[in-house]
Design a protein around this ligand. Structure first.
Ligand code: 48H
Length: 254
């Protein structure tokens, strides 16, 4: 059989268009495919919910992909080691309580878990606004191609509906800032200085529903709370993603 280029192109267009239309109404939108977002998406999708992961970049993994200063290794503390094991991410002990894993393996295995659980990735798409209507909840995300933003093109966006949104956009806490900017009653304090122990020990209390329908996870949770940063230790990101998933699952089942 001779391969036909037009059929290949049609296959890509038809299949992705079906997926997009099918995901215009999500149970949970996870914004950001860094470690917190991937963990959260995988665990929620495992419970059978319709989960979309919206990532503005071409690549996934956020700040985990590059490890520490481009050395592709991450450190995870004792408390989060069970999550490495859960996702099949191999690690070695460096010193008591400090586990080292390969950053690329970690991202790949989290992403594989999210895929296997049925979460759908929408990369190269950025969230540029939120939808909040009479019920006062974040009930949708205003999305556009990242390239539209990069090209500074005046192209109107589309909207994806969602029952819950997880802001896992990292240091910038983009979704939370949008809500704040548009008059939502929240304050995004911005992250504080480096203090790994403090940042990691407090991230779970900062991982919460900050506005109806909007949960913050990972570095975004610390940024909203004005909490410290922690450098390339990633246990808190995994634990925060897991905690956000628990919160959302509980709310969805209420
Ligand atoms: C769609 C978006 C948008 C948008 C951003 O930065 P991340 O890796 O976030 P976390 O919280 O999972 O992990 C943080 C960790 O990587 C880190 O940076 C640490 C531990 N730093 C400590 C320190 O001291 O520096 O991933 C966020 C993702 C990225 O991939 C962004 O591209 C994406 O969110 N994103 N996606 N629409 N508007 N904004």
């Amino acid at each position: 059989m001779e391969l036909d280029e037009i059929t290949i192109s049609r296959a890509i267009l038809a299949s992705q268009m079906d997926v997009l239309i099918d995901h215009m109404e999500l149970d949970v939108a996870v914004v950001g495919a860094g470690p917190a977002g991937l963990t959260c998406a995988a665990l929620i999708a495992e419970q059978g919910f319709r989960v979309g992961i919206i990532e503005k970049k071409l690549s996934i993994g956020g700040g985990m992909w590059g490890g520490g200063m481009m050395f592709p290794r991450i450190v995870v503390q004792e408390e989060a080691r069970r999550l490495l094991d859960r996702f099949g991410i191999r690690s070695t002990v460096y010193k008591e309580g400090y586990y080292v894993a390969k950053s690329i393996e970690a991202v790949s295995k989290l992403a594989a878990a999210a895929c296997d659980a049925g979460a759908e990735f929408f990369n190269l798409i950025m969230v540029e606004d939120v939808m909040i209507k009479a019920d006062g909840r974040v009930s949708g995300l205003v999305i556009n191609w990242t390239a539209v933003g990069m090209g500074n093109l005046h192209v109107d966006p589309l909207v994806m509906g969602c029952r819950y949104t997880v802001d896992a956009t990292g240091h910038d806490a983009v979704v939370a800032r949008l809500v704040e900017k548009k008059g939502g009653d929240i304050e995004v304090k911005g992250e504080s200085f480096m203090w790994a122990d403090r940042a990691e020990s407090r991230i779970l209390e900062h991982t919460r529903e900050i506005f109806p329908g909007l949960v913050v996870a990972g570095m975004a949770a610390n940024a909203v709370a004005g909490e410290s940063r922690m450098g390339p230790i990633f246990g808190g990101m995994l634990l925060s993603g897991e905690h956000a998933a628990r919160l959302v699952i509980q709310k969805m089942k209420e």
